[in-house]
Design a protein around this ligand. Structure first.
Ligand code: PEP
Ligand code: MG
Length: 877
């Protein structure tokens, strides 16, 4: 045989040959579960069908006849037989599921003659005629292409005639009349009733193959990028029909092998006695919970339970199983991996490791970064939520409240004023992206899950609801209407990027409660990972979250905010501006004292793990008063004839500090060399804090990191003239010492190209890939997003934003060169990355590939630590 394989002889791994639906039946057959006998006409036949101009290949029907004979022998029924008719379904199914896109024909084999045997079998004339009229309509529509109205019109007539609203209420007489009316439709449209079962079967197979290239199926494949190497044609399976509506010992149902919402290890699902699939969909009778079946048909329940568990164990994934009970006998009709809530998914995966059903490694590979991300964000507190005013597509996870604004510029303006805003637009375009960054959430009335708004919101981690079509937005009045509700600019909205719901007002959200399994999974990840994960944390709050999420230390503590806090900015300004040496020293000492307390707090939280403190990085003028305001004040004073010499001196000093290109200017290590007082004060504060904790018996591991280096002599100079002398002084005053490491940021091209020299003078290095990306591309990291990046992406000039995901061909390559150089002189030097890329799953994958184990750790912002732990583990396997 060339085209036909029975479920008993096919191989369940041949997805491309058999299609997904058939492989699930083949697998269940192989596992010894009761599956209605069937066979599959493989995709090979479908491909030949198209090659020969949509004709069934020669010899195919002979094989099909042989297949039907096999079904007859398995079931003891006869295809086209009057007494014990065999009825079959003809089902489409490609290698990937294309839900609802292709056709399936049920009850093939029914005609006036077989109907009689079917009535006897099913025990109800009503049920049999109902199946018959459904078959005539389905076959007519799908196989013969008769328009649906042709069948709907008589159906409505009959319902009117008998005064009923719903299909199942039509009395037997009405069904009989309907069958006659349908036969007349056939005669009118195709000249005859197709009552030869073999012709029905042949035409149904033809129709299933044809549906592969229906416009909707083609469109679906294009939209979902299903290329021929993924799925190249459909298979057609011929399966024995079983009936859940044969008597009260019959039923149809759906069951999950575990609870898909919670992950609890219990059967979850429902069933409807004396019914078939359509009845469940129609929702006229309420199905019963599966636990009832345990009472009503304990043996069937037990068989179902064992079967479902057997598949689950084989597939190592929770199953969503369709079944039918026909006269007390259970049949498995379909199984697939269940769609689950991500927390449930994590729980189940960890449980399966504990049950020894899967290995730690398999568990780590099962969970995707998206699962982790989805459980970390706040959710709507359903108990306290009002009715949503409108619902759209859940496009980017998280629930968030903000004030409505209708254009991106206002979003930016309001955000600068400290407001939380939700950007509401009909749809968005690349020019709006600055508004995304300024907003806490995005809401659009048009577009789908791959619209611009959705893609960008996900990329930058903003919750988003898109395509909320019930929302009528009027830019001219800055309002939006949903039914009777009018939303004005500034009104509070809450959007739920998990469900697509939109609410008026500030709906309370719940911070996610992470189950123990979440942490257990990440501990498993750590146990196989060859990379470490640390956090970028500047405050005690950050450090606490980072530690809770399992960061093994701080890879970057940016110290700038310690100078910006209220009360400190003034002190720092006098350090920069004062010409009086005593005043400056005083201010610096006070600052050092305040910073020492900050460090103590953070070191204590991170006890036992290294904390990498980066010395002062930004240009000084960022801390000074605004020049334009100063100029205005000085001018005003002069015009009033009362010049203010102090202000004028200040202005002169501020002007002197200004630079044409401050990001490439007097900052980082350059300041450390020319303005050493600041670094000295920081080193003093860090080491005093460390010694203080040491005195209290705490284990502190201090690493001091110097930024913006491009030449190793810069480092040599600050280490020998600033850091070390200060340390010695602190140790002397304290009467105690502590070990600490000195390292550098790698964020210039030159540092990377001379990494061997740099390595020779430091204990560790950490790639600042934000600045390094800026330097490698010569793109201003603060401006690209608003200016040209989105256009570059739309035009395909860049495949992705290199400030989000590390540039493989340039930046990652340079890092590889640097790491090799550094390790050539100091093989065991510690090397990490602390740019934003450290928490981006794709970047971690790229770096693991390009740089590999030359990197020791990834440092990520606290909320991204869990993803980094998972992905680094996956990349270690
Ligand atoms: C970097 O440049 O990648 C970095 C971590 O430092 P910052 O973002 O503070 O410049
Ligand atoms: Mg930097």
């Amino acid at each position: 045989r060339k085209y036909v394989l029975t479920f008993e002889e096919a191989n369940p791994d041949d997805v491309k040959l058999l299609g997904g639906k058939a492989t699930s039946l083949v697998l269940m057959t192989r596992l010894g579960l009761p599956v209605p006998p069937g066979f599959t006409i493989t995709t090979v036949a479908c491909k030949e069908y198209y090659k020969s101009g949509e004709k069934l290949p020669e010899g195919l029907m002979d094989e099909v006849i042989e297949g039907v004979r096999y079904l007859e022998s398995k079931t003891g029924r006869k295809f086209g037989g009057g007494d014990t008719p065999l009825l079959v379904s003809v089902r489409s199914g490609a290698a990937v599921s294309m839900p609802g896109m292709m056709d399936t024909v049920l009850n093939v084999g029914l005609n006036d003659k077989t109907l009689q045997g079917f009535i006897k079998f099913i025990g109800s004339e009503h049920a049999a005629y109902d199946a018959y009229r459904r078959f005539l309509a389905m076959f007519g529509r799908i196989v013969l292409g008769i328009p649906e109205e042709e069948f709907n019109k008589p159906l409505d007539e009959i319902k009117r005639k008998y005064g009923v609203k719903e299909d199942p209420e039509i009395p037997l007489q009405g069904l009989k009349e309907l069958v006659d009316l349908y036969k007349q439709v056939y005669i009118r449209r195709v000249g005859k009733v197709i009552d030869d079962p073999w012709e029905q079967l042949r035409l149904s197979i033809d129709a299933v193959f044809k549906s592969w290239n229906s416009p909707r199926a083609k469109f679906y494949r294009e939209a979902n990028k299903i290329t021929p190497d993924i799925a190249d044609c459909t298979a057609a399976s011929v399966v024995t029909m079983v009936f859940g509506n044969a008597d009260w010992r019959s039923a149809t149902g759906v069951v999950f092998s575990r609870n898909p919402a919670t992950g609890e290890d219990e059967l979850y699902g429902e069933y409807l006695p004396y019914a078939q699939g359509e009845d469940v969909v129609a929702g006229i009778r309420t199905p019963k919970p599966i636990s009832e079946l345990k009472k009503e048909m304990p043996e069937v329940y037990q068989q179902l339970y064992e079967g479902v568990k057997k598949i689950e164990r084989y597939k190592k994934a929770v199953q969503d199983v369709e079944f039918t009970i026909e006269k007390g006998k259970l049949w498995f009709l379909q199984t697939r991996n269940a769609k689950m809530n991500p927390l449930a998914m994590i729980k189940v995966t960890v449980d399966m490791v504990k049950q020894n059903w899967m290995t730690k490694e398999e568990a780590i590979m099962t969970i995707k970064p998206q699962h982790i991300l989805q459980v970390l964000y706040p959710r709507i507190d359903e108990a306290k939520a009002p009715k949503p005013i409108v619902k759209g597509i859940a496009a980017s996870p998280g629930a968030v409240s903000g004030q409505a604004v209708f254009d991106p510029d206002t979003a930016v303006e309001w955000a600068k004023a400290g407001k939380r805003v939700i950007l509401v637009r009909e749809e968005t375009k690349p020019d709006d992206v600055h508004g995304f960054y300024a907003s806490v959430g995005i809401l659009t009335s048009r577009g789908g899950a791959t619209s611009h708004a959705a893609v960008v919101a996900r990329a930058i981690g903003r919750p988003a609801v898109v395509g909320a079509e019930g929302l009528k937005i009027d830019y001219s009045t800055r309002t939006a209407k949903a039914g009777d509700v009018v939303i004005k600019e500034g009104d509070w909205l809450t959007i739920d990027g998990f469900t697509g719901n939109v609410y008026v007002g500030q709906v309370s959200t719940i911070e996610p409660k992470l189950p123990p399994e979440f942490y257990e999974l990440l501990d498993m990840a750590d146990s196989v990972s060859v990379f470490g994960v640390k956090a970028n944390a500047d405050t005690p709050e950050d450090a606490t979250i980072a530690r809770r999420f399992g960061a093994k230390g701080i890879g970057l503590l940016r110290t700038e905010r310690m100078f910006r806090a209220p009360g400190r900015l003034e002190l720092f300004r006098s350090v920069i501006l004062s010409t009086n040496a005593n005043e400056r020293r005083d201010a610096l000492n006070k600052l050092a004292e305040l910073m020492r307390r900050d460090f103590e707090e953070i070191f204590e939280i991170m006890e036992g793990y290294p904390v990498t403190v980066r010395l002062f990085d930004p240009p000084l003028h960022e801390f000074l008063p605004n020049v334009e305001e100063l100029v205005a004040e000085v001018t005003r004073a002069r015009t009033l004839g009362r010049p203010d010499p102090e202000k004028e001196a200040l202005l002169a000093r501020v002007r002197a500090l200004m630079e044409a290109n401050p990001m490439m200017g007097h900052r980082g290590v350059r300041l450390g060399i020319t303005f050493p007082d600041i670094y000295m004060a920081q080193v003093k504060a860090i080491l005093e804090a460390a010694l203080e904790l040491k005195k209290r018996g705490k284990n502190v591991q201090v690493q001091i990191m110097i930024p913006q280096v491009s030449e190793y002599k810069e480092l040599e100079y600050v280490i020998n003239n600033v850091v070390k002398p200060t340390a010695e002084e602190v140790f002397k005053n304290y009467g105690d010492r502590i070990d600490f490491k000195i390292g550098t940021m790698m964020e210039t091209v030159r540092a990377s190209l001379t990494a061997d020299k740099i390595a020779s003078v430091v204990d560790f290095m950490s790639f600042g890939t934000n600045d390094l990306t800026q330097a490698v591309f010569s793109f201003s990291r603060d401006d690209v997003e608003n200016k040209f990046m989105s256009q570059y992406l739309n035009l395909g000039i860049l495949p992705y934003d290199p400030f989000v995901t590390i540039d493989r061909d340039g930046v990652a390559k340079l890092m590889k060169i640097a790491v090799d150089l550094a390790r050539s002189v100091k093989p065991n030097i510690e090397i990490g990355i602390c740019g934003e890329h450290g928490g981006d799953a794709d970047s971690i994958r790229i770096l693991a590939e390009v740089v590999g184990r030359g990197l020791d750790y990834f440092s990520a912002s606290p909320y991204r630590v869990p993803v980094a732990r998972l992905v680094t583990a996956q990349e270690s396997l």
